[in-house]
Design a protein around this ligand. Structure first.
Ligand SMILES: C[S@@+](CC[C@H](N)C(=O)[O-])C[C@H]1O[C@@H](n2cnc3c(N)ncnc32)[C@H](O)[C@@H]1O
Length: 276
């Protein structure tokens, strides 16, 4: 089976971690993969589990995956749709569906896919009224999925379960392997509204403490995140994340943390953190 690429552009995609995750997953691939923060499916599509429970709090994302699982007939995209006027018309259509409480249809799923691929940087931002407000991305060429393109995912998605909600609402069973990729810990920011606060980071670690399942967590390797996971009994590895442009334009590579619990790690290049 050829490996499918993620259908969306999604912030925080972890396909680059696959060489580190695959050797661990190989020992547990008979288990169900559970991702409480599945995002763009960068990890699930690469690990290709037979069974998976994939959850995210974003309802539009999960609506799209569920329609891809059922089969989407509403695909009507062509390269000509990549223009300013069509983008804003489709954004209005999507926002009208949100305002009228009908954003769970196949039409809205395809609109969300179009907006994600066509908007600036694949961002997913909503205003105070809950309406999508990311501007046009002005990309030269966008290879939109056709009907056939959507259908390729169907056999795989039929084997997986999609859930939408806060991570803590998931029911974890004994046969579950957890890969946990929450939004990055971003200390020292002056953002008025944090999507995933420090309290949420701590709530997540407290929730994980209830389970004896094999689990791997990734996050930005801030001192307080490393401290939090070390105190919770996780084994820590540090990695250099690919360069990414942060909000202040800083291009220095970020350090990524992988935290493990109840797993056997055979990797030779394990780096232990030295914290001052
Ligand atoms: C770093 S991204 C995951 C990226 C994913 N691993 C990939 O490779 O594409 C984090 C995700 O967590 C989701 N999220 C934020 N808060 C959440 C919560 N309380 N419960 C579940 N998901 C949440 C966001 O919508 C986002 O998709």
């Amino acid at each position: 089976m050829t490996m499918l690429t993620p259908p969306l552009k999604w912030a925080g995609g972890k396909r680059w971690l696959i060489p580190h995750l695959t050797p661990i997953w190989q020992s547990y691939s008979h288990m169900r993969l559970v991702e409480p923060f599945c995002g763009g499916l960068g990890v699930a599509l690469s690990l290709n589990p037979k069974r998976a429970l994939l959850n995210d709090i974003n309802p539009h994302l999960i609506n799209l995956y569920r329609w891809m699982q059922r089969g989407v007939d509403a695909v009507d995209l062509s390269p000509e749709d990549n223009n300013h006027a069509t983008f804003y018309a489709k954004r209005d259509q999507f926002n009208m569906a949100i305002a009228e409480n009908r954003a769970n249809t196949p039409e809205s799923a395809v609109l969300f896919y179009y907006l994600n691929r066509t908007c600036y940087n694949g961002l997913c931002r909503f205003n105070r009224k809950g309406l999508f407000n990311v501007p046009f991305g002005a990309y030269k060429h966008i290879p939109y999925l056709t009907k056939h393109g959507f259908d390729q995912y169907k056999p795989l998605f039929e084997r997986w379960e999609f859930a939408c909600g806060d991570f803590a609402s998931l029911n974890i069973g004994d046969d579950d392997f957890l890969y946990i990729d929450p939004p990055y810990d971003v200390p020292f920011t002056s953002y008025a509204k944090e999507d995933f606060s420090w309290d949420d980071q701590r709530r997540l670690v407290a929730w994980l403490a209830d389970y004896a399942n094999p689990m791997v967590v990734s996050n930005q390797a801030t001192a307080r995140i490393i401290d939090l996971y070390q105190h919770a009994g996780f084994e820590i590895t540090l990695l250099s994340a690919p360069r990414r442009i942060s909000n202040n334009g800083d291009r220095t590579p970020a350090q990524e943390m992988l935290a493990y619990k109840n797993v056997c790690i055979t990797s030779a290049d394990r780096h232990h953190p030295h914290l001052s």
